[in-house]
Design a protein around this ligand. Sequence first.
Ligand code: ADP
Ligand code: MG
Length: 492
Amino acid sequence: MSTTFQDDKPVTASLLIMGYEVVIGFETHAQLSTQSKIFSRAPTAFGAEPNTQACAVDLALPGTLPVMNKGAVERAIEFGLAVGSHIAERSIFARKNYFYPDLPKGYQISQFEIPVVQGGAVEFYLGDEKKSVRLVRAHLEEDAGKSLHEDFIGQTGIDLNRAGTPLLEIVTEPDMRSSAEAVAYAKELHKIVTWIGICDGNMQEGSFRCDANVSVRKPGAGFGTRREIKNLNSFKFMQQAIDYEIRWQIEELADGRAIQQATVLFNPDTGETRAMRTKEDAADYRYFPDPDLPPLVIAPEWVERVRREMTELPRLMAQRFVRDYGLSDYDANTLTQNREVAAYFEAATQTCGQPKLVGNWIMGEISRRLKLLEADISACPITPAQLAQLVGRIQDGTISNNAARQVLDVLWSEPQGTVDAIIEAKGLKQMSDTGALESIVDTVLAANPKNVAEFRAGNTKALNALVGQIMKGSQGKANPQQVNALLLQKLA
Ligand code: ADP
Ligand code: MG
């Protein structure tokens, strides 16, 4: 394990809570979307009858041997490539020994000293500030079974179906400085693993579980003692749990008590975290290389093949949007938050050739409407082709932005309509007849000598009043740019 450094960056006052700086590092267990277990051919499907999906290998019964699932390794490689990590050519599986009812074999096969994925970083925006959280490692391991507390009979049962399900444990440096940053990191990580398809991301079913390590310190001091909040399986609880934990630690310190390193659980009903056990050290687990598994050897050719076959990564897609479509970094990032949105954007852009306008309409009007419905882009009633038509009509001056919003409203409830037919039916066309427009301008100028005089005297605001009158005279159908140009010409 390498040294953990802190950034050479001053802490901004806004991040301090009662004079303390927050430090957060994450450990995330992403369940890999393989069909079978990490070391056996038993199925991994969720929700089967208890104890119907664990085989002798998953339980390490005498005489069995684990065999590495190639699909799990490929997914680990894909992840490493997605976050710019080093893929170890040779990594080692180790036994992590502990005793718990849901782990009858007495040890978990994991990776300790030499993990398969090393380094890398997750980059994301927090508001409009770009953040980068460094990864220490990501290692392959098997999941344990599950205790089922059958309160109605006062007994606890063990379901071993999950035993041996492949996990990728992704560990960050303690780089995060607020609960908001931690949640943004977790969301970005979730986006990456689901985008590349190595994990289904279902947090309720436990496919993506985060442990948040939280500590506080006075600015400039060394790292404080951390407590680890286990198994956060919703972004909402994550934020609540971390915020509670920060407040709790600061109050303890303020009262003159020291923080004990501990593992804690968040209770969503009380909104509190509570210590589950004092923290084990690595030594408690008596790690040693698993004698049943040879080193995992990954030749560079294998990595290259996976790289070639991988879908375009969100990070690279965002860079391409900047390069090919001239989008800002921020817009490109927003439009690649999700694969469907990115595909929608590209389809519309390729039809009308107006990336900036298309992007603005998706991020503005369309996403606003979807948010009200709590729906995502797959529920958008307007097709990319229709958006392209709409943008085309704004671009060629047929309709104003305002009129386009009205067209969008109609299309939203009658998606079989066409943009041109709606413009026609609602009479939304901008005035393109310069003769008619000129006569309105002349009338307005003649009727408002005061404004004209003021403008000529250098009061540029007087122009707005005139534009307003003309727009009114044209019932909103004049093209504001054209009006402006015409006015300046007449007043020159
Ligand atoms: P372990 O494996 O025993 O939990 P690690 O040293 O691997 O311990 O750290 C686990 C996680 O805790 C990492 O994500 C790391 O960034 C984070 N971490 C380490 N020290 C601190 C600290 N003082 N405050 C907050 N997080 C920390
Ligand atoms: Mg830990």
